[in-house]
Design a protein around this ligand. Structure first.
Ligand code: KIV
Ligand code: NA
Length: 279
């Protein structure tokens, strides 16, 4: 397929065709997402939790993100790629943010960057955009700010909070972001924000009135043991944990019983019986 560019995304938006986005954190997860025809593949800092086993996203370093970006870039031939700027790599100044964004492009081989925050990040978004690096913004529930938000909480529920969300979205658009992720916001509010903008909104827990949707791949694939907490917005489309358990347990049973490896999994010799007895 033809590689998705920023123009492809704009054309999908103009046609009112929903934009599809999913996270990936390594070569195999990016490979399958790209082959499945996703428009966008995000190396989210959620990889801190889902790929590195960290408590939250605040722990992952830019250098660690870059290794994952590189492996995703190698597998992604069609989808438009985005690398998340992790906490600590962009908040100090627009200059710091641009330096980090350049690393995500040059070293991580991504096509664009994502950062969290609203109006206060407008000068930063403008700085990166003016350097020729497309910026995807992220508002609503911003996980890097969980300590300030009092946890993973739905945003934009009250009038004041909804007004702030719209204000942030307009400032981000003005600053030059090509799209904005809207996370954990009531569907009506996200739809109203989408209507007010002329750039696409990519929703996650924000209803079907957004211009596109994003999910964390391991969540939607069911890559975790049953009983693990999942946010309300996650729909589990697969059961990778169960399938992996079945396969690994079957392997274990067959090794213990010597059913595996069978003759078809072994190599023939070129020696004759006599040569074999000599050796
Ligand atoms: O880190 C991440 O995976 C994200 C998406 C959920 C938007 O930021
Ligand atoms: Na993220």
């Amino acid at each position: 397929r033809k590689p998705v560019t920023i123009n492809t995304l704009q054309s999908l938006y103009r046609k009112n065709e929903p934009i599809t986005m999913i996270t990936a954190h390594d070569f195999p997860s990016a490979h399958v997402a790209d082959h499945a025809g996703m428009d966008m593949v995000l190396v989210g800092d959620s990889l801190a939790m889902v790929a590195l086993g960290m408590e939250d996203t605040s722990e992952v370093l830019l250098d660690e993100m870059l290794l994952h970006c590189k492996s995703v870039a190698r597998a992604t031939k069609g989808a438009f790629t985005i690398g998340d700027l992790p906490m600590g790599s962009y908040e100090i100044s627009p200059e710091q943010a641009l330096a980090s964004a350049i690393r995500v492009i040059k070293e991580g081989r991504m096509k664009s960057v994502k950062l969290e925050g609203g109006k206060e990040m407008a000068p930063t978004i403008a700085k990166i955009t003016r350097a020729g690096i497309p910026v995807l913004a992220h508002i609503g529930l911003t996980p890097q700010r969980q300590n300030a938000l009092g946890g993973f909480r739905v945003q934009g529920k009250s009038t004041a909070s909804a007004v702030k969300l719209l204000d942030d979205a307009l400032a981000i658009q003005e600053a030059g972001a090509y799209a904005v992720v809207v996370e954990a916001v009531p569907a009506e509010v996200a739809a109203a924000v989408t209507k007010a903008l002329r750039i696409p909104t990519i929703g996650i827990g924000a209803g079907n009135g957004c211009s596109g949707q994003v999910l964390v791949q391991v969540d939607m694939l069911g890559h975790f043991p049953p009983g693990r907490f999942l946010p309300k917005f996650v729909k589990q489309y697969g059961n990778v944990w169960e399938e992996s358990m079945r396969a690994i347990q079957d392997y274990k049973t067959e090794v213990k019983s010597r059913a595996y490896p069978a003759p078809e999994h072994t190599y023939p010799m070129s020696m004759s019986k006599e040569q074999f007895s000599d050796f």
